[in-house]
Write a protein that binds this ligand. Structure first.
Ligand SMILES: [Zn+2]
Ligand SMILES: [Zn+2]
Length: 273
């Protein structure tokens, strides 16, 4: 990985959204942490998929009954690594009406990073390839608008540090029409008011639309509102930790960002040039 040399104070951004075999990733916690240290990343956040009520056969979630062992595992790896900061976290699914239930889990453990993920809108798993023919996709703008309303409600709830892949609903190539744009603006206003960061997600290699989330336009609108930024890989294997960091830094700078948020102390740190 080559990253342009920066000023004396500039540091590489940490990677706060990484999956392991505790949910649907392939690596162990030790493997992804070692990879982050090898790349010279200052911090890594392990953030497994979590929802309070996983279906019996949904194997991509970290199940609630495994939370204690998960936290203990990440803590044990963190304790033997002084070469990279290790934060224990979750990628928590926001489900309308399940806030209190999710809050009980979030407050029962000392999570250092809570990433908001939305992969389901009103019960519809929009990223499921087998549901591309579902009637919910007959009116893409209606589905996109419902998605951004869900983002807004999650931000108003305000229990997250980072909003992951905020325009993920565009993964199949649908771009927001005129009916959707006001919903995006309102969601961004709610995000700004929440104090959470927006995520630049570099996992666009597995995305049929082939773009980073979010687009430069959306990132510019976030920057204009003073929303802080993190750059995250959403890695599901060790080799993808810190992936495309140079490109992401360029994407962030193109949107106007000169700093990213360091989660361990909530400080803004300069991006490399
Ligand atoms: Zn996600
Ligand atoms: Zn993820």
């Amino acid at each position: 990985m080559t990253v342009p040399a920066g000023g004396a104070r500039a540091v590489l951004p940490g990677d706060y959204h990484v999956h392991t075999s505790w949910s649907d990733g392939r690596g162990t916690v030790e493997e992804v942490v070692r990879r982050a240290a090898g790349l010279g990343l200052p911090e890594i956040g392990i953030a497994e998929h979590f929802t309070p009520r996983p279906g019996p056969d949904d194997d991509w979630w970290l199940r609630p009954e495994r939370l204690a062992d998960y936290v203990a595992d990440v803590r044990a790896v963190a304790a033997v690594h002084d070469d990279v900061g290790v934060l224990v976290g979750l990628e928590a699914e926001y489900v309308d009406g399940q806030e209190a239930e999710l809050e009980r889990y979030l407050s029962a453990w000392p999570f250092e990073v809570v990433v908001l993920g939305i992969h389901v809108v009103d019960g519809f798993a929009f990223d499921d390839p087998s549901l591309r023919g579902d009637e919910r996709w007959d009116d893409p703008d209606a589905l996109l608008a419902a998605y951004y309303r869900t983002v807004r409600r999650a931000c108003e709830w305000g229990r997250f540090d980072i909003i992951a892949h905020i325009d993920y609903i565009g993964l199949w190539g649908h771009r927001p029409g005129p009916r959707v744009l006001p919903e995006i603006e309102t969601a961004l206003d709610a995000l700004a008011a929440s104090g959470a960061a927006i995520e630049l997600n570099t996992d666009r290699f597995s995305d049929p639309a082939g773009v980073m989330y979010p687009s430069v336009e959306l990132l510019r609108a976030a920057h204009a509102r003073g929303i802080p930024l993190t750059i995250d890989s959403d890695a599901h294997e060790a080799g993808h930790v810190g992936r495309a960091w140079s490109e992401a830094i360029g994407h962030a700078r193109a949107a106007g960002y000169r700093e990213t948020l360091r989660l361990s102390d909530r400080e803004l740190v300069p991006l490399p040039a």
